[in-house]
Structure formats: C-alpha cells, structure tokens
Design a protein around this ligand. Sequence first.
Ligand code: FES
Ligand code: FES
Length: 196
Amino acid sequence: MSTKPLIPVSRRGFLGGSAATLSVAAAKPASAQATPPDQTKPRKKGVTFTLNGRSQQLDADTRLTLLDALRGPLGLPGSKKGCDHGQCGACTVHVDGERRLSCLTLAASLEGREVVTIEGLADGEDLHPMQQAFIDNDAFQCGYCTPGQIMSAVACVKEGHARTDEEIREYMSGNLCRCSAYPNIVAAVKQAKGRM
Ligand code: FES
Ligand code: FES
C-alpha cells in the first residue's frame, strides 16, 4: 500500500505551513492568553447562617470546611475529625434538619442555612433524649464517634428510619465506631425513639 500523501508536500512547504500555524496561534487575542488567576491566593466570602439557634457571621476562606470552621474560629470542637474524607461520620451535623458530613461541606456554602451541632442539642441543662439514651445504654466507650453517632441517630429517628433493629443498623451504617459499641447504640436509638 502506498504511503505517499494525496497532495504532494515538500519539506519546505510543510515547514512553512507549520510556521504559519504557529504565527496564527501567536496572534490570538490577548484575552485568550490572559494569565489564569492565582489559585493559591486565599479568597474570602462572608456568610450569615444560624448556628445552634443563633445568627452567625463568618468571613470564610472559600476552601474552609464547616468542620474546620466549627473546630477553629467558631470554637465548637464537639464535632470530631475522624477521617476528614467523608467515610467515618464522626463530623456529622444537621444542616436544615438533615444530617450532613461537615468535613465535606464548605462553610462558604451555608448562606441562610440552619446548622445544629452536638453542642446545640441539649435544652439548657436538659440533655436531648438521644444524649440521655446513649448514657443509659452505655452506648459509647472512648466516645470519639459519639457526637456524630448522636446527630445521625436523631436524624435517623426523625426520618422514620428506626422501626426495626435492622433498619437502625442500615441507616446508622455511615457512622463508624472503632470500639464497636454498635449493639448499645441500637438500644439507645430504640429508647430515644419513644421520647423524641
Ligand atoms: S471526619 Fe467527616 S466523615 Fe470522617
Ligand atoms: S465509642 Fe470509641 S469510636 Fe465509638
């Protein structure tokens, strides 16, 4: 089979064509060649949201996660950082009444939202029924996963997903406990369900 080009092109012609192509590229408008913005420079965004029942303003670096905002500038270290990758549930909070992994939520995205953390569950000195149930049923050991477990457990009941042990296990499966307090956690959810 012939490998000759359909239109004969001399080496000089080919080089000339390449040079022309390059000069067209070089002649592109300046806007197309503008230097991209420096992604390493921090950018801030002001957000106003409700945090545990109070209006909260935050001038947040657009890369700041809700978890780091809570544990840092907002001074609420109850939500725990386990994996920081959305895999353990230790950082679970409620946003607009639904459970949310705060390590995967950007603080800058919270404008107008309502955030509740483990610090906002109790009613003054009165523990939330789920907090009390965790104590009554010995549902924690080291306690590291407990804030996230409790926030998920409250949502699990409110969602109507606590009808059977199997259902509780299924809907709590995003919250890992390295101490394996699972049977007692299920018992706590069942107890609190009737008191919420
Ligand atoms: S710290 Fe957020 S899921 Fe593990
Ligand atoms: S009680 Fe220790 S990780 Fe759950």
